[in-house]
Design a protein around this ligand. Structure first.
Ligand code: ADP
Ligand code: MG
Length: 691
């Protein structure tokens, strides 16, 4: 370990401007800024993307013709030679290496070099040796003057940086070399104890090795060291954020589960799966305590999350408090309301619906009953968190499809209710969830109820689209119901709605003649939408032609087949959500993805559709999605509110994440330079994520 390398005399702060570096004035600083490099630290942390392996400097004598290598040598004589081609000039230098063997080093088209290469200059030349007239000749690809710190460009693993047209990779090599020297003075955030225990190098050494590794494995180890520290900072920040949120909030402890939820369990027409029981146990654990529940419930579509959520709401009710469920769309809120209200009525609990489309008078009446506590459970949209709404005693809030809400909205519900259960049907792998939602506890329902058969998914190109409708009609004549999902139209919801209506009319006269066809889209007035949903639910419609508004919440077990038109336009997660609308009963269900012909599709679209055909499990699909789209897209900052990571890759560094999380829990909080790091990383906005 190269610990304790000498420190430079000049000492600058990590956040000193890049202009501190030699050769950087305002102009270059501007160019560097366009690469995201503003401070000395930024430069020191700008890791190479690849390396050229140019090996150790050797001597000319050891090279065979055609071999490429780097040699240290001294210039003895220089000449500028014209060639037969008019514009081509050759600089030829007689050079000798330390062993005294000589070659004719040649440069093409760099006439100006002739003046620079005075006899006596010591050089490192990288190139290829070839037979020449008399002496062998050495075609120079790259050279540098062998002064202090030489070899930057020609010896060993030569780093290649993500450069720009304005800042070359060679310039970046020079700048990082300077920055690395200054970085010796920078504080090392990783506590010495952890560093020793895990046998990790100092930060400055890790940086140096990442830029100038002796072998490739050195780079990997150095990057891991830096990533680990970064992840530790991230985890500590998330812990702190969470504690900050909870600091002066205590939640009403909801004791043991009682008679109401016991009756609820009895009323269910099925027994809960072990996964659901486990989720309930974890939620119960939270609710018993006085520190607020902040839990994420992840589970695939149809895995039975809603049943668990209602349990949590009823736990509030049986202790004399209220519960609220917030959904991202009116359709979804209404669907939840239909289910939940039915159960509540049976149990003697009062349940209300509050969305922005209930009449003003109704709205006021519901608000009144929430304020007095007469209403015990409320289901609604973000209308629930508007100012005029106040609760007598809201103890538990459930946020369904939490990722569809903005940071502000999630924070607002948190301000109302002490115990919050966030739900998502777009699960991501657990280790990732622990990071992306690092300030939440994570519960998974990893498997659907046993009676579920995986949905059989096929991919059909549109020339054979009529086959899809033949299969669909077969289901209808058997008394089943079906969905047809219309193409995604990006321009506007209005255009999309119109297209869906037109398609419903077309299908009614063509493929679906003789069947009862309804249409559902986001632009329908609430009453009408509800009527359509009810009709479908009660079997008065055979087919629902719909936009993606059916993506969440529609629950009709008798619907056993779905056609998705132009499926290649949809994202992986979205298609998976859509097909979750079928397969909700015990019968085998089918999802037919109709797309343009294969040749017309991008590789990405093909991969998505193939994955859907092969994989039924949402967690597994989310891994594929990560691979296909990259983590930036899937875990986009808009969704997660996370700062960008320089060294760590959430998908690749799962082990490091787990380790960082352990460390963070053990440390509990950061001190000294580590504390500073946490503050800086989260940009002084400790609650930028959830509320
Ligand atoms: P999610 O909200 O995760 O999409 P739901 O809670 O809406 O899933 O459940 C989907 C369907 O499965 C519902 O019709 C529900 O009644 C049913 N269901 C839930 N849990 C079970 C279970 N343990 N056994 C059988 N059916 C269940
Ligand atoms: Mg649901």
């Amino acid at each position: 370990m190269d610990q304790g390398a000498p420190r430079p005399r000049r000492r600058v702060a990590p956040d000193a401007s890049v202009e501190t570096l030699p050769g950087v004035g305002p102009k270059v600083a501007e160019r560097l800024a366009r690469l995201g490099l503003r401070t000395v630290r930024d430069v020191a942390e700008y890791l190479p993307r690849a390396f050229l392996d140019w090996g150790d400097a050797t001597s000319f004598r050891e090279l065979r013709f055609g071999e490429e290598a780097t040699v240290e040598c001294t210039v003895e004589r220089v000449s500028l030679r014209p060639t037969r081609r008019r514009n081509l000039k050759i600089v030829e230098a007689l050079v000798a290496d330390r062993s005294g063997s000589r070659v004719a080093a040649i440069w093409f088209n760099q006439a100006w070099l002739a003046d620079r290469l005075a006899p006596g200059t010591r050089l490192l030349v990288h190139g290829e040796i070839q037979p020449g007239r008399g002496l062998p000749s050495f075609k120079v690809e790259r050279h540098e003057v062998a002064a202090n710190g030489a070899g930057l460009h020609t010896v060993g693993l030569v780093p290649l940086y993500p450069a720009s047209e304005e800042v070359s990779t060679a310039k970046l090599r020079e700048l990082t070399a300077h920055a690395l020297v200054l970085a010796r003075w920078f504080p090392d955030p990783l506590p010495a104890r952890l560093r020793h225990e895990a046998e990790l190098p100092l930060r400055a050494d890790a940086l140096t090795r990442a830029h100038r590794p002796a072998e490739r494995a050195d780079f990997d180890h150095a990057r891991e060291r830096l990533a680990l520290e970064e992840l530790l900072v991230l985890q500590l920040g998330l812990l702190r954020r969470r504690r900050g949120l909870l600091e002066d909030v205590t939640a009403p402890p909801l004791g043991e589960s009682g008679a109401l939820v016991a009756r609820y369990r009895e009323s269910l027409p099925f027994t809960l799966t072990p996964e659901q029981e486990q989720a309930i146990a974890e939620i119960d654990g939270d609710l018993r305590g006085t520190s607020p529940m902040q839990r994420l419930l992840q589970g695939d579509v149809g895995s039975g999350k809603t049943v668990v959520a209602l349990y949590a709401l009823l736990r509030a009710v049986e202790h004399g408090h209220q519960g609220a469920l917030m959904a991202p769309t009116e359709t979804l809120a209404e669907q939840h309301f239909l289910t939940i209200e039915g159960v509540c009525r049976e149990l003697g609990a009062r349940c209300e619906l509050l969305t922005s489309s209930v009449s003003a008078r109704q709205h006021e009446a519901v608000r009144g009953r929430l304020a007095t506590g007469e209403a015990e459970i409320v289901v609604g949209t973000h209308a629930l968190i508007q100012e005029q709404v106040s609760f007598r005693s809201l103890a538990v809030a459930v946020v369904d499809e939490q990722h569809r809400f903005g940071v502000e909205q999630r924070r607002a519900i948190g301000a109302h209710a002490p115990h919050v259960l966030h739900m998502t049907a777009t699960p991501i792998p657990r280790t990732l969830a622990q990071t992306v939602y690092g300030d939440l506890d994570v519960t998974e329902i990893a498997r659907p109820p046993r009676n579920r058969k995986p949905i059989v998914t096929s991919w059909i190109s549109h020339e054979r689209g009529s086959d899809a409708y033949t299969r669909l009609r077969k289901h209808l004549t058997d008394g089943r119901q079906a969905y047809v999902v219309c193409p995604l139209v990006s321009e506007s919801e209005t255009i999309e709605a119109r297209a869906a209506e037109a398609e419903a009319v077309r299908l009614q006269d063509a493929e679906l003649r003789g069947f009862r066809v309804g249409c559902l889209h986001g632009k329908l007035p609430t009453a009408e939408r509800r009527a359509v949903m009810d009709a479908f639910k009660h079997g008065e419609l055979d087919v629902l032609v719909a936009t993606t508004v059916i993506e969440v919440g529609v629950d009709v077990p008798n619907a056993t087949i779905m056609i998705v038109q132009e499926a290649d336009r949809f994202g992986l997660a979205q298609l998976h959500q859509l097909r979750g609308r079928v397969g909700r009963g015990a019968d085998q269900s089918y999802c037919l993805l109709v797309s343009r012909s294969k040749e017309e599709l991008t590789e990405g679209a093909q991969a998505r559709l193939e994955a859907l055909v092969e994989i039924a499990d949402g967690f597994e699909l989310s891994e594929v999605d990560l691979e296909l789209r990259g983590e930036g897209q899937v875990l986009g900052t808009r969704q997660s509110g996370l700062p960008d990571l320089k060294f760590a890759r959430l998908t690749r560094d799962r082990e490091l994440i787990a380790r960082a999380r352990e460390w963070a829990t053990e440390l509990r909080d950061a001190e000294g330079p580590l504390d500073h790091e946490v503050e800086a990383f989260f940009g002084g906005a400790p609650d930028a994520q959830f509320g």
